[in-house]
Design a protein around this ligand. Structure first.
Ligand SMILES: Cc1ncc(COP(=O)(O)O)c(C=O)c1O
Length: 421
């Protein structure tokens, strides 16, 4: 209530203690597994800004980035490039050059990208430390838009291509140093099984590569993707159990194959920040249709949370400004000009116009996937710690939306207030 009054709505609220708890639980699982050498990389695509980068470092996490913008944020936040990994299936020369300048490791996605990385490294006189992303052919039980490990995925190298590309990487030395393999099978998965499967598959790749004389691999990155509970029906696996199982399995799998244990990397994003986020909305108009459906519209929607419209993601909510009972079922809709802009369908919520509505579990892939649809500024984001809230992302206002606009001379009107250059 106080936050909404102080900072306005919609408002993304992130709880630092919840983020720290998840990060520490992930690390604790790896400690408990007695795996000797590991690093947790926070997958910045879930939620990234300068403050989140600082927090990542404070929590002892590395970072996985996928774009120039995420890389720039990490560097400007002062993160050491050595603990940053650059992913992506179509990295630009600009992204690769910036990564190399800061000793960021690069997860190579395809053959032509390998050549581009080698070229960039050669012209800057550096060695690119690379991992190859392989497509293990393992599918987690999740929405098909967020599966990435299946055979027809747009990400990574087919398994049977790995040896040939690894040899190529070897030949490209010293521009390129192949240090490891990476796989990521998808997102919002509750099942540990597929992770255990890909560890065996990746260990077999290590064996194949050694047989071909490629002994330089020291890193194994098994990706992220652990799901969180958005609703009661989601049976989320605790991140501690996930990382514990991964640590144990890598030990077993590599020892069984008489391989030295690589540095183990895991890349959770959603499981670190997802449950830490709550979005506060103000309820506006309500409408009861003759068929019985009641719509209650809030002052945000698909532009600040595109997950429901993109892949039918489910959320829960409550009335946050007063005690309320469960109420009859309503459909909570956004204010954007799409019929698909439904935040929660058929939710039992005793909410009235003017109420404050809290939607839970919005810490991941809300801010990071948000847009300015309908020319709407993005909400502010506050980080809450010990009862205090600090703005970490300012609210965008209507003038911010004009910042990048330009009017060609022939369209300028004498009375336009903001004829930017
Ligand atoms: C390569 C890679 N690593 C890690 C992640 C993080 O996934 P999640 O946020 O589900 O943990 C993703 C998400 O798409 C990814 O593509």
């Amino acid at each position: 209530m106080v936050l909404a009054e102080q900072f306005g709505t919609p408002l993304w609220v992130m709880d630092e203690a919840t983020i720290a708890q998840a990060a520490n639980a992930c690390k604790a699982g790896l400690v408990q597994s007695q795996y000797p050498d590991w690093q947790v990389l926070y997958a910045g695509k879930a939620f990234l800004c300068l403050a989140m980068c600082r927090l990542t470092e404070q929590l002892g996490l590395g970072l996985d980035v996928v774009s120039y913008g995420e890389l720039h944020t990490a560097i400007e936040a002062g993160l050491a490039g050595e603990s940053v990994y650059l992913h992506g299936n179509n990295k630009s020369k600009e992204e690769i050059e910036r990564a190399l300048k800061h000793n960021v490791k690069i997860v190579v996605d395809c053959e032509s990208e390998l050549h581009l990385v080698a070229q960039c490294a050669q012209s800057s006189g550096t060695t690119a430390q690379i991992l190859l992303r392989v497509t293990p052919g393992v599918e987690p039980d999740t929405h098909h838009y967020i599966k990435t490990g299946q055979h027809d995925s747009k990400f990574g190298l087919a398994l049977d291509e790995t040896t040939r590309i690894a040899k190529l990487a070897k030949d490209l030395a010293p521009a390129v140093a192949l240090i490891g393999l990476h796989a990521h099978i998808g997102s919002q998965s509750h099942d540990i099984g597929p992770y255990l499967e890909i560890i065996d598959i990746l260990a077999d790749c290590f064996v194949d590569l050694r047989a071909q004389g490629i002994t330089s691999l020291t890193h194994l990155d098994v990706g992220g993707g652990l799901g969180i509970a958005y609703t009661e029906s989601d049976k989320a696996t605790p991140i501690y159990e996930w990382s514990l199982a991964i640590g144990k399995k890598v030990s077993e799998s590599f020892t069984e194959r008489k391989l030295p244990l690589p540095k183990l990397l895991v890349e959770p994003g959603r499981a670190i920040v997802g449950t830490a986020g709550v979005t506060l909305y103000r309820a506006g108009h309500s409408k009861q249709l003759p068929g019985g459906v009641t719509y209650l519209a809030v002052d945000g929607g698909m532009a600040d949370n595109p997950r429901p419209v993109t892949y039918q993601a489910k959320y829960t909510a409550c009335v946050a400004n007063r005690q309320s009972t469960q109420g009859k079922k309503i459909t909570l809709v956004g204010k954007y000009c799409e019929s698909g802009d439904v935040l929660i369908r058929d939710v039992a919520l005793d909410a009235q116009p003017g109420d404050l509505i809290a939607v839970f579990g919005t810490g991941a892939y809300n801010y990071s996937m948000s847009s300015n649809y309908n020319r709407t500024g993005r909400p502010a984001c506050v980080l809450v710690k010990d009862g205090l809230a600090n703005i970490i992302i300012e609210r965008e206002n209507a003038d911010h939306l004009l910042r990048q606009d330009r009017i060609p001379d022939y369209l300028r009107a004498k009375n336009a207030r903001n004829c930017a250059v």
